[in-house]
Design a protein around this ligand. Structure first.
Ligand code: CA
Length: 309
């Protein structure tokens, strides 16, 4: 069930791997209306082949698929690329979500989903996409520059994030049961989230941080470790950005889910745990006595700024 009629290469491409034709049609209609080029396929193996051919900017996939299941597909795609993966599934089980996110998915949406929610998630994933410099040789980086602009207007995108921020305030109240309430200065941390990077550097011109052997350009979304570009998924990048922006502060998994994942429900603290593990590994921060991303058992995570003398 693949069709690739009249491809318009200027539009960001979404590959939708879904064997339920009704859902596939809904996804296509919604995303095309929002200005995306949608390639649909109902079979896992064919989906992987189309991923190679089309090099989509984003992948939406179902977990239960013929010939190659969603889990395997996530792994295969992740081996090749850091294109965002949104899992669209009927399974509303926590262990499935954890497994999917551990494997490398960036976000989850449970069926049935709200129409505007799907578009909002896609926009958020693409908007936050990590861009890399000219190194376009790998499959992953081929998506780079083109993925930056989403067809939705900037105003629409901001509307999404504003909505998310409002919702997170509500979730914050109920999230206290997760242990977040025990941490001081919790409320302030979330409000500071929007103004990322304002505290970096002396001027507004450049938001560049170089600490612990890792250089982060917050304007270009480029991360280097030991001078070499690091290929982070959008979620990994946002996590790093959030932790660095709140340097020295302890952020609970719930806060991180709201700030970095933009998930107002803040469910599934394991998503944070596994992404922290992946992030540390990619940045070379997983060895050595002093990890810049500290785990504070029962409380959360803290980015430890480099001590300068
Ligand atoms: Ca299915």
């Amino acid at each position: 069930m693949s069709d690739r009629h009249v491809p318009d290469r200027r539009q960001p491409c979404v590959l939708n791997i879904e064997d339920d034709e009704d859902i596939a049609r809904v996804v296509r209609t919604l995303l095309e209306r929002a200005g995306y080029r949608v390639v649909s396929v109902g079979d896992g193996r064919e989906g992987l082949r189309l991923f190679h051919d089309e090099r989509p900017d984003l992948v939406i996939l179902d977990l239960g698929l013929p010939t190659l299941d969603g889990w395997t597909l996530i792994e295969r795609v992740r081996d090749l690329s850091s294109a965002p993966i949104l899992v669209l599934t009927a399974r509303d089980s926590e262990s499935d979500k954890v497994r999917g996110l551990r494997t490398g998915a960036d976000d989850y949406l449970t069926k049935p989903f709200g129409n505007s929610e799907l578009v909002a998630r896609v926009e958020a994933l693409l908007r936050r996409r990590v861009t890399r410099p000219a190194a376009a040789s790998s499959v992953g980086s081929a998506h780079g520059a083109a993925a930056l602009g989403t067809p939705g207007s900037a105003a629409a995108a901001e509307g999404v994030s504003a909505r998310g921020a409002g919702a997170s305030g509500v979730a914050g109240t109920s999230g206290a049961s997760g242990g977040a309430g025990a941490i001081g200065a919790v409320g302030g941390a979330e409000r500071a989230g929007g103004a990322a990077g304002a505290q970096f550097g002396s001027g507004a011109a450049s938001r560049l941080v170089n600490e612990h052997g890792v250089e982060v350009d917050f304007d270009l979304h480029v991360v280097r470790a030991g001078g070499r570009p690091v290929d982070l998924t959008p979620t990994e990048y946002r996590l790093l950005e959030t932790l660095m922006t709140h340097r020295g502060q302890v952020l609970s998994p719930e806060q991180l889910l709201r700030l970095a994942w933009r998930d107002p429900t803040a469910t599934g603290p394991d998503r944070v745990k596994f992404t922290v593990l992946r992030l540390r590994r990619k940045l070379g921060w997983d060895s050595g006595p002093e990890n810049p991303i500290e785990t504070l058992r029962g409380f959360g995570y803290r980015y430890r700024p480099e001590r300068r003398t």
